[in-house]
Write a protein that binds this ligand. Structure first.
Ligand code: SAH
Ligand code: SF4
Ligand code: F3S
Length: 488
């Protein structure tokens, strides 16, 4: 008799890099016969893929671990693992805080997860595999210790079957003073274009219509292979030729590397989404200098204006940190001014969270009171929301091309509830969601067959975060015939 499949519960926090990493880990564990479960209580293996970018992200994982105190007694032989950035940052500290954790694996060792779990199952001993610190050896050795394993893919773990992330760069060398990423993800390394193109081709063959290229400073990607020097724009141009792909996006862009050739590629290649995520972080030169961002506000504005001049319809989004060391009211007002001028499609706004081991933590006091950070966060968010809503109004009455991703959030909750209550799955009518080429979220009524298609949707309502619409149909619908019938 064959043994029943082992069950894996995996929880992922953090950025798209982590979502992709989790996809890869799941793919490798499926090969070992694992099945996914959404219930930790059923799981033979429980994994957390973690983030260290802000304290809050770490607190969330430590409290989730706290809840697993008795998980081993409930199911002997169960393996509990912590992977990703917090594993790399806290290392053995995790065993100290949660002694029942079996496994600690950094982002550069994820390919070892199946083997490590097997070892734990055999001898019950804890395992820890992490990369070298940034000062712990020669650059090449450190780089190798941060290698990732991208070719293994698992379609069921993708955002949807027709959308996929493709990593083109790992690590970061920018060392912004507030940021932990360069120390947990290691030195910046670009993946060779031949690998990226092969992976994009494979994904397209599997039915992917949209790929999102990932890198911490994705547009800084460059590579030399077989004597050819590749710029990021060259990679975009070649990816554009991959049959089957309809949309190509990339995140996150670094303002200083938004060169003319990159903007030209986005403007001229029809498959390139007219969407750029280029975090400004602050509108104050003083703050940008302390953050060591490498550009001035004037340079950011110039880049932004150039992009808008070349592509009036491009959607630009940003990240901001409020309450970084020494931020005065005047600094903050300059950030408000920048948001008013640039009119970002949306912005992610974060309260500064001091990260041990960064230059910010070592040399700059975290001197803005939390209440002030909170106030500034709210004020900036309010301003951004007003802008986002205003900028969505011109879509009213217009048709946009939407790649349909699946049921809307509201619909997904309804489906889950009806499944839990044992009701039959809902019929054909579904509220669906998808995105435009400029990354705007569109919600509309449709049916399951439309998922994965690109459809024209006419917008009749617009708020700050979503557009509401109806699918445009050219043919004469049955209701029109009915009307004609009744009239005749
Ligand atoms: N590589 C990307 C950002 C990665 S982290 C870039 O350079 O833009 C995502 C966002 O988290 C950052 O843009 C920044 O706004 C925020 N962030 C990073 N470190 C932070 C910290 N210590 N406190 C608060 N927010 C932080
Ligand atoms: Fe962090 Fe700066 Fe690198 Fe982005 S560019 S990951 S903010 S150090
Ligand atoms: Fe967090 Fe690591 Fe991403 S720290 S933001 S998961 S690279």
């Amino acid at each position: 008799m064959s043994t029943p499949p082992k069950k894996l519960y995996i929880e992922t926090v953090g950025c798209q890099m982590n979502l992709l990493d989790s996809e890869l880990v799941v793919a490798s564990l499926r090969k070992e016969g694992y099945e996914l479960t959404g219930t930790p209580a059923d799981a033979d293996t429980i994994l957390f893929n973690t983030c260290s970018v802000r304290q809050h992200a770490e607190d969330k994982i430590y409290s989730a671990l706290g809840r697993l105190k008795n998980a081993k007694q409930e199911k002997p032989g169960r393996v509990i693992g912590v992977m990703g950035c917090m594993a790399q940052k806290d290392q053995k500290l995790i065993f100290q805080r949660a002694p029942y954790v079996d496994l600690i694996v950094g982002p550069g060792q994820l390919h070892q997860v199946p083997e490590l779990i097997r070892g734990i199952e055999q001898d019950g001993q804890q395992r820890m595999e992490v990369s070298l610190g940034r000062k712990d050896g020669k650059v090449d050795t450190i780089k190798r210790s941060h290698e990732s394993f991208d070719p293994l893919r698992d379609p069921t773990m993708r955002p949807t079957p027709f959308q996929a992330y493709v990593r083109i760069q790992i690590g970061c060398d920018k060392f912004c003073t507030y940021c932990i990423v360069p120390s947990v993800r290691g030195p910046e390394q670009s993946r060779p274009p031949s690998q990226v193109l092969a992976e994009a081709g494979q994904l397209a063959d599997e039915g992917c219509k949209e790929i999102t290229l990932l890198g911490q400073t994705v547009n800084s990607w460059r590579h030399e292979e077989d004597g050819r020097r590749w710029r990021f724009s060259d990679l975009l141009t070649e990816l554009h030729e991959v049959d089957g792909l309809e949309r190509i996006k990339f995140v996150t862009s670094y303002p200083r590397d938004m060169t003319d050739d990159v903007l030209q590629a986005v403007r001229d290649l029809p498959k390139l989404c007219k969407y750029l995520h280029v975090p400004a972080q602050s509108g104050s030169d003083e703050q940008l200098k302390l953050m060591k961002r490498g550009y001035t506000v004037a340079e950011y504005r110039e880049m932004h204006d150039r992009a808008k001049r070349w592509m009036p319809d491009v959607a630009i989004t940003s990240d901001f940190i409020v309450g970084f060391s020494g931020e005065t009211d005047a600094d903050f007002q300059q950030t408000m001014d920048l948001v008013r001028e640039c009119r970002f499609k949306n912005s992610f706004i974060f309260k500064y969270s001091e990260r041990p081991g960064t230059k910010g933590a070592d040399r700059m006091p975290d001197d803005v009171p939390d209440a002030v950070k909170r106030e500034r966060n709210n004020e900036l968010l309010q301003l951004q929301n007003v802008i986002s809503e205003e900028d969505n109004q011109p879509f009213l009455g217009k048709a946009v091309q939407v790649l349909v991703e699946g049921p809307s959030r509201k619909e997904a909750i309804r489906i889950e509830r009806s499944e839990q209550e044992g009701e039959a799955s809902p019929g054909q009518g579904l509220q669906l969601t998808g995105r435009t080429m400029c990354d705007r979220i569109v919600v509309f009524d449709g049916n399951a067959r439309q998922i994965g298609q690109t459809l024209p949707v006419v917008i009749y309502e617009a708020n700050a975060h979503t557009l509401q619409g109806v699918v445009q149909t050219d043919h004469v619908g049955p209701e029109v015939f009915d009307l004609a019938g009744s009239a005749g």
